[in-house]
Design a protein around this ligand. Structure first.
Ligand SMILES: [Zn+2]
Ligand SMILES: [Zn+2]
Length: 136
């Protein structure tokens, strides 16, 4: 927790107990939680926290590049405290999301027609499947 406080010190990010709770929950979190999931977790220790506070804090962290938005799930936005570029894989049954730290975008072979018409500046590659638990 001291580590988190130190990291945000003097960076124009006002630290409140609720914000600290959100940051602590997200630190090293690999579950790609939704805003609702973060909210229900923070509420346990901070019963007065509002959903708007949680949502606005997470959005502010996204804008600062501390947290990444994960768009693999068409139904709900998820958040990832690891903003480094990586791909995601989602179980289509339980919606569990995993990380893939291998760059597949480099293997994309775009047709010449596209390359002539566009200068490519980015891409987005997601994977879908059935996780081990659901496949049993
Ligand atoms: Zn699953
Ligand atoms: Zn991720």
């Amino acid at each position: 927790m001291q580590k988190i406080i130190h990291r945000y010190k003097g960076k124009g990010f006002k630290m409140t107990p609720q914000r600290l709770a959100i940051l602590t929950f997200l630190e090293g979190n690999k579950t790609h939680p939704t805003a609702e999931e973060i909210f229900s977790e923070i509420k346990k220790a901070h019963p007065t926290v509002s959903f708007a506070t949680v949502y606005n804090t997470v959005e502010a962290l996204c804008k600062r590049g501390e947290v990444a938005e994960v768009t693999i799930d068409p139904e709900r936005k998820h958040f990832d405290p690891d903003p480094s570029p990586h791909h995601h894989v989602m179980c289509t049954n339980c919606r569990k999301i995993g990380d893939i730290f291998k760059d597949y975008s480099a293997t994309l072979n775009l047709p010449d027609k596209v390359r002539r018409e566009f200068t490519i500046t980015g891409n987005h590659v997601d994977f879908y499947g059935i996780c081990k638990d659901c496949g049993k």
